[in-house]
Design a protein. Structure first.
Length: 277
């Protein structure tokens, strides 16, 4: 299942969000914007941000007593992986017949989740930080307990912050983490490097940064809107013997950008496997 047009979430509750930090908070805002009923929404976070606390005034149940927590249709686990062992016992109390648990905890495998929540329908998902502006991409993998209806409910919630891709092989999640999970940092570093190169070429620092930011952001938007392969877009900018071609002769050399990116993604993939144990 790939991403589909965003639809109303008004009939999808009750939903519990466990952990309302930057990523969880961005998801919550997306859900409410798409019509998720605040009164069908439960948030568990020991230190909620002020904007999350404000939602309690709209009907969102924020940190209710454990005895008052209902069984829910979907649980989204958005806590840091290092606190998972402390949090999962409380999550177990939210699970009823038909509940699907969606974890966006980095590095925590389906096997880990199954050991903590035996018998549960589970989805492991990896979003990325552009989710904060509704332009993220999430890759998700279900365990064998997840039904078609549960998968759709998980998909609809994940799609509130951007595109969604489903895979069947969890082993791919380490490479997913290296490409899309960590990928925004690579783009930000590219922007830094482009700005610094502009300064070396003689531009004032502020102008160099402005040009680099606008160029990366605009090119990303063009790539987003265009049906063409990135190689075609690159070729459309490149005149034979021109300035772009001169730069690409350096970037596309055997030890150039592709080689560096391959090494970088391999290093991130390796580290993801190590963290997952």
């Amino acid at each position: 299942m790939t991403t589909s047009p965003k639809s109303s979430l008004k009939d999808i509750g009750p939903v519990a969000l466990v952990g309302a930090g930057k990523m969880g908070g961005a998801m919550l805002e997306g859900w409410l914007a798409l019509g998720l009923d605040p009164k069908q929404t439960l948030v568990i976070d020991p230190n909620p941000a002020p904007e999350i606390s404000v939602l309690a005034g709209r009907g969102v149940a924020l940190n209710p007593p454990r005895s008052a927590m209902p069984k829910v249709r979907v649980v989204i686990l958005a806590v840091k992986p290092q606190v998972a062992a402390d949090v999962l016992p409380a999550v177990a109390g939210l699970i009823g017949d038909g509940t699907v648990v969606v974890s966006i905890m980095a590095g925590k495998t389906l096997s880990f989740l199954e050991s903590a929540l035996p018998g549960a329908a589970l989805v492991r998902a990896m979003p990325n930080t552009p989710a904060a502006i509704g332009r993220g991409i999430t890759v998700a993998v279900p365990n064998k307990k997840v039904t078609a209806a549960q998968k759709q409910a998980a998909h609809d919630l994940l799609a509130a912050t951007g595109a969604v891709e489903w895979i069947a092989d969890e082993a791919l999640m380490d490479a997913v983490t290296a490409v899309s999970g960590s990928g925004p940092a690579y783009i930000f570093h590219l922007t830094e490097a482009l700005a610094k190169a502009g300064v070396v070429a003689g531009l004032p620092p502020q102008l160099a940064e402005t040009l680099a930011r606008a160029t990366v952001a605009g090119s990303g938007e063009l790539l987003h809107r265009s049906p063409h392969h990135p190689a075609i877009l690159r070729q459309n900018v490149t005149s034979p013997g021109g300035t772009t071609a001169a730069a690409l002769n350096v970037l596309m050399a055997p030890d150039g950008l592709e080689s560096l990116m391959t090494k970088a993604v391999a290093a991130a993939t390796k580290r993801s496997r190590e963290l997952a144990g």
